[in-house]
Design a protein. Structure first.
Length: 165
């Protein structure tokens, strides 16, 4: 089945907001965040709005065939504007282990060559394994990892540079 990475438009904002609920649910096993009294995971929806109309933010929907398989939010890292940052990356459970995340990541690199930063919560061992695997696949051993604080959260920072030449 064909895997595709498509730029998300403002018209897709409702789809992305809906998927974001599943992302927060998936992360709740690490963050411990529960639902509101209305049974929803709350998040700052304005944080998603910056992805439309901002020249340093890109939202992507990830597809497997015609099915939405996940999303990826890329931005220029606010603390280092020359560096791309994957702010959030999410693959629905039904599509994990099918190569969807790896394909989407590889396509992102082709769309945005340059310096990169991937931040992973310290407690998210599964995500760290995934990111180290796909980064090694692109740049071999040419990356740096370090534990750093970001907005009071201890995270693994993976830094590297990708060139599509």
């Amino acid at each position: 089945m064909k895997i595709d990475l498509r730029v998300s438009t403002k018209e897709d904002s409702g789809v992305l907001r809906n998927l974001f609920q599943y992302y927060i649910y998936d992360m709740s096993k690490i963050t411990g965040k529960g639902v509101s009294k209305s049974g929803e995971f709350s998040f700052n929806q304005a944080g998603l709005d910056k992805y439309w109309g901002n020249t340093d933010h890109w939202a992507y929907l990830i597809y497997m065939g015609e099915d939405i398989a996940g999303f990826c939010l890329v931005r220029k890292y606010p603390k280092e504007m020359e560096v791309y940052d994957i702010e959030q990356f999410f693959i629905l459970n039904a599509f994990k282990s099918a190569g969807v995340g790896t394909y989407a990541y590889n396509k992102l690199m082709l769309n945005h060559p340059g310096k990169w930063l991937i931040r992973v919560l310290k407690e998210n061992a599964g995500a760290l394994r995934f990111w180290l695997h796909v980064v090694r696949g692109q740049v071999g051993g040419e990356y740096i990892t370090a534990l750093e604080l970001d907005d009071d959260l201890e995270m693994h920072f993976i830094r590297y540079e990708f060139s599509n030449i």
